[in-house]
Design a protein around this ligand. Structure first.
Ligand code: NAD
Ligand code: UFG
Length: 351
């Protein structure tokens, strides 16, 4: 079985490539390296001892994309593409704040890119897709934990691209029921592969909590700003800092492996939360990271960050029931693996 992985050189993509290769899938990565490094894929090969086919292509470049699928159809002959391939679609821009400043870039990259991909898939009869959606589509939920049937709303262009793509995919399936699509809504992916060879390597100053803490721990940044300790909801009782469902990236990667066979059961469009079901506060995370690393993380309490919600965690029971998937790694595992990655690669993939 051949799996096309768009954005496969990125953070979640590279960890998913490891799981795919270890589960016997052939992997074809399409990535323009706009937010990643080829070195990540070299290390995926090092971890697994297997080859990755790589195309340095932008998914908005339709003729190059078409060329990749043409080659794929020729190499698979006499097998059909429909029954022997699927696409896992990670490629996209993902920084919430940046999307507010550069909405057109986000709509162009994420929406136009996805439509191009879908048109090429349709042309070659590849109709099995796993899409990287996000818990951001739930907006600010009224109650927790969040179930897949909760109302959807978004507050920024990044989130809107995710919700729009979900809608586009539902329309596509309505028009042609032979499409099978898994919408995976990730909560907060963190951590790194246990080998310490691949991990999150954001370009510039990190936006997200975990890479920020890791860079403070390794001395690249002086201290952490904690955005608000005055969230006084029933879910923020401990210390008033934000609460999130942090999920180990390797657990998330396994979620994709579990979703693939579902596509071949003629499932139509299915939606799953990928989270642990547990909320942890920012302060709790800082303490867990200090314990795992033995390094003190200096922090300052800063004002709330615009657009942040107080608390968010998943009800992941649907994925467990229907896919047989459950996150197994703890917050301590997430901290240990992030630290292992960061201390061995203080400058990420840049040697
Ligand atoms: P990432 O930036 O590390 O990976 C995305 C990859 O896509 C990068 O390698 C980038 O170079 C590539 N890419 C971007 N635009 C492209 C284009 N036009 N053509 C080809 N390649 C392109 O991000 P990630 O954290 O691995 O996220 C993967 C997916 O999961 C994204 O769609 C993201 O929106 C989604 N997601 C991420 C999170 C998170 O917190 N990390 C949460 C929810 C959803
Ligand atoms: N935080 C800090 N200091 C920082 C960074 C973050 O205190 O330097 C806090 C935030 O205020 C929040 C928590 O840490 O309370 C988590 O923030 P992140 O930026 O790590 O993650 P978010 O929950 O804001 O968003 C992430 C992704 C989104 C995705 C969402 C749900 O960035 O793309 O998870 O999946 F939509």
């Amino acid at each position: 079985m051949k799996i096309v992985v768009t954005g496969g050189a990125g953070y979640i993509g590279s960890h998913t490539c490891v799981e795919l290769l270890e589960n016997g899938y052939d992997v074809i990565v399409i990535d323009n390296l706009s937010n990643s490094s080829f070195e990540a894929l070299r290390r995926v090969e090092e971890i697994t001892g297997k080859k990755v086919e790589f195309h340095n292509v932008d998914i908005r470049d339709k003729s190059s994309l078409s060329g990749i699928f043409k080659l794929l159809s020729e190499t698979l002959l006499p097998l059909s593409l429909k029954d022997n391939t699927a696409v896992i679609h990670f490629a996209g821009l993902k920084a919430v704040g940046e999307s507010v400043s550069f909405p057109l870039e986000y709509y162009n990259n994420n929406i136009t890119g996805t439509i191009n991909l879908l048109e090429v898939m349709k042309e070659y009869g590849v109709k099995n897709l796993v899409f990287s959606s996000s818990a951001t589509v739930y907006g600010n939920p009224h109650t927790l934990p969040i179930k897949e049937n909760f109302p959807l709303s978004v507050t920024n262009p990044y989130g809107r691209t995710k919700l729009m793509i979900e809608e586009i995919l539902k329309d596509l399936h309505l028009s042609d029921p032979s499409w099978n699509i898994a919408l995976l809504r990730y909560f907060n992916p963190v951590g790194a592969h246990k080998s310490g060879k691949i991990g999150e390597d954001p370009f510039g100053i990190p936006n997200n909590l975990f890479p920020y803490i890791a860079q403070v721990a390794v001395g690249r940044l002086p201290f952490l700003n904690i955005f608000g300790n005055d969230y006084h909801t029933e879910y923020n009782r401990e210390d008033g800092t934000g609460v999130r469902d942090f999920i180990h990236v390797s657990d998330l990667a396994v979620g994709h492996i579990k979703a693939l066979p579902k596509l071949f059961t003629n499932c139509g469009v299915v939606t799953y939360n990928l989270g642990t079901g547990k909320g942890h506060s920012v302060i709790e995370l800082v303490s867990a990271f200090e314990k795992a690393s033995g390094v003190e993380i200096p922090f300052k309490i800063a004002p709330r960050r615009a657009g942040d919600i107080a608390a968010c965690y998943a009800d992941p029971s649907k994925a467990e029931k229907e896919l047989g998937w459950k996150a197994t790694r703890t917050v301590d595992d997430m901290c240990r693996d992030t630290w292992n990655w960061q201390k061995n690669n203080p400058n990420g993939f840049r040697l």
